[in-house]
Design a protein around this ligand. Structure first.
Ligand code: ACM
Length: 280
């Protein structure tokens, strides 16, 4: 069995040190194998422009925030998945990182940027991947990736048992949709969402909380509150995700017909309208 969970909290925009302290304080006594934090939990979300995102972002090779978090993982002997703003020269990514007692294991750069994120970040430029931790396969995707089923499907095809999903959700659809994502892929998902409001001179955005853990048959194990902080830890058997037998005669992975899904890997097979005539 694995003890997994999330910390849903209210980051304060631009107050990186304070937000890191908040996380370290909340997790200081936790006994767990894997904890997930929200998207961009240290910088906050609602940037004025790309320069502001770059100014707050950190290069993982030289990141005070990551050093503190790795020390936390060492001290508590757990793994952590967290969002962070990743700076590489003049490039800036909305990323998630898997770290453990031995340091950085993997970095994922958000593939599907939401709304104004397209002004602040470069789109992810690395393949989706799965990382093994003590025999359990961990995949990462970030927030709006949920609306592209290909993201979670790819992680499932790569063998993910648990999909960690740091989020800053602002719409109401994701939490319910993730039940279907888990059912169709036979995986666990931990969606860690933030709460609170980023109130900035250029406007405000409210985040919806309701972080959750979903099991491979689409069963909601737990959903948190929409406006309160919550540290939630539970026990799961990650190997439940290895059973892809949906009925005695149906297997979620082996029954796929990828030879008929070719349009999925072409950029825009039906042209810009996206429509296909019945006679085609
Ligand atoms: C989102 O992708 N942060 C909505």
């Amino acid at each position: 069995m694995w003890k997994v969970g999330y910390f849903q909290f209210r980051p304060l925009f631009g107050q990186v040190e304070r937000n890191v302290e908040r996380v370290v304080h909340a997790l200081r006594d936790v006994e767990a194998d894997l904890i997930v934090l929200p998207e961009l939990p240290f910088t906050g979300y609602f940037f004025r422009d790309r320069q502001e995102a770059l100014d707050l972002a950190e290069d993982p090779e030289d990141s005070p925030t990551l050093q503190v978090l790795i020390a936390l993982c060492k001290g508590r002997n757990f793994h952590l998945v967290t969002g962070f703003a990743e700076k590489r020269g003049n490039r800036c990514y909305n990323s998630a990182i898997l770290i453990g007692p031995d340091g950085v294991r993997h970095i994922y750069r958000k593939l599907h940027l939401f709304h104004e994120e397209k002004h602040w970040f470069d789109p992810g430029d690395r393949p989706l991947a799965v990382t093994e931790v003590h025999g359990v396969r961990i995949g990462m995707m970030i927030c709006f990736d949920w609306i592209f089923p290909e993201a979670m499907r790819t992680l499932a095809v790569l063998g993910a048992d648990i999909v960690c999903h740091p989020s800053n959700l602002v719409l109401s659809y994701c939490q319910q949709t993730m039940l279907s994502r888990c059912l169709e892929n036979g995986v666990f998902a931990i969606t860690a969402n933030r709460i609170g409001v980023d109130r900035r001179p250029h406007g405000s955005i409210r985040f919806t909380g309701k972080s959750q853990i979903v099991a491979p048959r689409g069963e909601l194990r737990h959903r948190g509150p929409s406006r309160k902080e919550e540290l939630y830890i539970t026990s799961i058997d990650p190997l439940e995700a290895r059973d892809k037998q949906f009925t005695p005669l149906n297997h979620l992975m082996n029954d796929r017909r990828p030879e008929f899904y070719r349009p999925l890997v072409e950029s825009n097979p039906s042209g810009s309208s996206g429509a296909t005539r019945a006679s085609d």
